[in-house]
Design a protein around this ligand. Structure first.
Ligand SMILES: [Zn+2]
Length: 460
């Protein structure tokens, strides 16, 4: 029934999606009633206007978020999406805010992340309304406005509104993400009190974000001729497949280590240029505190990505192994700072994890500081929410929809009782944050069917 109704609403859904894609909703300077700037606010007003035109009650939560609502009942269920986008960047074939349709695809920033999917959810609700399906709970489509640049939208919403009793966010992939690891970012820091020896490392620099495996690391070293480093590099290369270059400069020898970039939640897919650099430098005749640190890092991390030798090799059944990525290094003659991204399994206690990190770092008098913690998300596979989403997914797609675990974190972490559900179907390319972001019209329609069916299942 819902599917048939969505087919009737198809043209309207495409038009509404195009309308909102055309608003370049990047975060801007906050103003009165527009905490994330005028462009984001325009997208929020547009979504609320579309909702009103579809016959829904709407509310604007002081420009932080808004919602469309349908039905009666004490409790409500929700689909939670976001209207803000990341900058378009370079390399587009079509206007990133043109919402042009070519070969059955709507192109534009936000088509998949996340305006298209939240419009699909809104039209799913429209189908429920038109069919007059009996409900025991209210249904809300919640429009967030600050997912990409700080997630300050939903905390504000939750100060003003109760959370949904069940919810999903169409902001990741299918089928259902029932486990998202915890995320811990921290700085491993050490000052060099004892300096000694001929070789001096003037600087090592790499990385901009902890959650990216760095693909380039550069060091400047003095105290020996380039010939010395060449001999050492040849020996080092015998041990493994590294990609390190040497170059003479006026200030000393420049060393460049090349790796392979990957997302910090999947460090096993990359090669860490920082760690290769550290391991190479550790083979040089360096002395003092710096040598102690290089040796420590080579032994406790090296090319490992699961934290075993650092003493945090945790693993559990729902979410798999802990991952560790050294994303940034900033080293000078006096001190070194490493910014590290850890994704820890959902059943692990973060206090215990932090204690272990401190104990290991303490063995070389290094400090763990500037901790930034994002708790894990975990629902049992038997949880009512997972079961209901599975029913909807199976009915519309014909596939089982076995729930999956990921390194985290999606928008679901910002809303209680909520998991990530779609919008990318298995086997489809991930176009999020990339040039030529698009959504296939067929997938947009399929999303509306799945989301409409899911909302009904949650609220009936
Ligand atoms: Zn998103």
């Amino acid at each position: 029934m819902i599917s048939k109704k969505i087919d009737e609403l198809k043209e309207q859904l495409i038009e509404s999606t195009q309308e909102i894609i055309k608003i370049r909703s990047l975060e801007g300077e906050g103003k009165e009633g527009m905490p994330f700037g005028e462009e984001v606010n325009n997208a929020l007003l547009c979504a609320l206007k579309i909702s009103e035109d579809l016959g829904f009650k709407t509310k604007n939560i002081d420009g932080y978020a808004g919602y469309a609502e349908y039905g009666d009942g004490e409790e409500y269920v929700a689909a939670v999406g976001h209207l803000d986008v990341v900058p378009e960047g370079e390399g587009w074939t079509y206007n990133p805010y043109g919402a042009e349709i070519h070969d059955g695809k709507i192109y534009g920033r936000g088509t998949t992340d996340d305006k298209g999917p939240i419009m699909a959810a809104l039209y799913g609700l429209k189908a429920i309304k038109e069919l007059n399906l009996p409900l025991s709970k209210r249904i809300r489509i919640i429009f967030g406005t600050n997912e990409e640049t700080g997630s300050n939208d939903l905390p504000y919403y939750l100060k003003k509104e109760k959370p949904p009793v069940l919810g999903f966010t169409p902001d990741a992939e299918y089928p259902i993400i029932y486990a998202e690891k915890g995320i811990l970012h921290f700085t491993l820091s050490k000052t060099f009190a004892l300096k000694d020896g001929e070789i001096i490392i003037k600087s090592i620099k790499a990385g901009e974000r902890p959650n990216i495996v760095p693909s380039l690391c550069e060091a400047l070293v003095t105290g020996k001729s380039i010939e010395y480093f060449k001999v050492k590099l040849e020996e080092f290369n015998k041990e493994g497949h590294y990609n390190i270059d040497l170059e003479s400069s006026d200030n000393g020898v420049k060393i460049k280590s090349y790796g392979v970039s990957a997302h910090g939640s999947t460090p096993q897919l990359g090669k860490n240029a920082i760690m290769h650099m550290i391991m190479f430098l550790n083979t040089l005749d360096i002395k003092g505190d710096l040598k102690e640190l290089l040796n420590f890092l080579s032994e406790t991390i090296g090319t490992e990505v699961n934290g075993e030798s650092f003493g945090v090799g945790y693993e559990d059944e729902p979410s798999g192994k802990l991952t560790l990525n050294v994303g940034i290094i900033d080293l000078c003659e006096d001190k070194a700072d490493f910014r590290i991204d850890i994704r820890y399994p959902v059943t692990i206690n973060n206090e215990e994890l932090i204690k272990k990190l401190e104990a290991t770092a303490g063995s070389v008098k290094a400090e763990i500081k500037d901790l930034d913690l994002d708790e894990p998300l975990y629902f049992s596979k038997d949880h009512e929410l997972i079961k209901k989403l599975q029913i909807a997914y199976k009915e519309i797609t014909g596939n089982e929809g076995e729930p999956i675990a990921i390194g985290g974190g999606t928008y679901a972490k910002s809303m209680p009782n909520t998991v990530a559900f779609g919008p990318i179907f298995p086997g489809k390319p991930d176009v999020i944050h990339k040039p030529d972001e698009h959504i296939e019209v067929e997938d947009l329609i399929a999303n509306a069917k799945v989301y409409g069916r899911a909302l009904y299942e949650m609220a009936k």
